[in-house]
Design a binder for this molecule. Structure first.
Ligand code: 4NP
Length: 171
């Protein structure tokens, strides 16, 4: 990563209206706080809610912690994302499987891809390799839990990426 080219991260869940928009805004906050040159976006593996704002419950709970999700709009993951992004983060193992399937399609179409795929919780010591549970059909506690995990995992990614960027500079 040079100082002028941002490193690009895409957070992915099923609907892109609960978990991944939350992850997008929380991860962006932690990256900005650490002054990392990272751009964050989000998408869904499904096309259930194209163009929709994040779920009102996600917005409400995020707002209680100072995060504003209101300007985000849902979109579906595309094969172009594997060319445009450096890192694609899956919220759960089903998302990961669906992302891997689309990645195979992108590979057939484009050959070499830019993106690496990982779990949101990959380096999170508090929730190691744990899924971010889907809060859509549950109550308030589920939305709070999504925020807890997104904050914890975002801090872990900032630590990981900071170390990776430093190592690249010294290389
Ligand atoms: P998300 O949650 O994947 O965290 O955005 C969901 C949103 C919508 C649906 C499922 C999960 N749905 O079935 O419409």
């Amino acid at each position: 990563m040079s100082s002028s080219t941002p490193y690009k991260v895409l957070c992915v869940c099923l609907g892109n209206i609960c978990r991944s928009p939350t992850a997008e805004v929380v991860l962006r906050h932690f990256c900005d706080e650490a002054q990392l040159n990272i751009q964050v976006d989000s998408a869904g593996t499904s096309n259930y809610h194209p163009g929709k704002a994040p779920d009102s419950r996600s917005q409400k709970h995020a707002k209680l912690r100072g995060y504003n999700l209101s300007s985000l709009r849902a979109r579906q993951l595309t094969i172009q994302d594997f060319i445009d992004f450096d890192l694609i983060l899956a919220m759960d193992y089903e998302n990961l499987k669906n992302i891997q399937q689309l990645m195979a399609q992108a590979q057939r179409q484009f050959g070499t891809l830019r993106a690496q795929i990982s779990l949101m919780s990959q380096y999170d010591g508090q929730y190691p390799q744990q899924e971010v549970p889907d809060p859509y059909y549950g109550g308030d506690a589920g939305f709070e839990h999504v925020l807890d995990q997104c904050e914890s995992s975002s801090q872990a990614w900032v630590n990981f990426l900071q170390n990776q960027f430093k190592a690249q500079q010294n290389y």
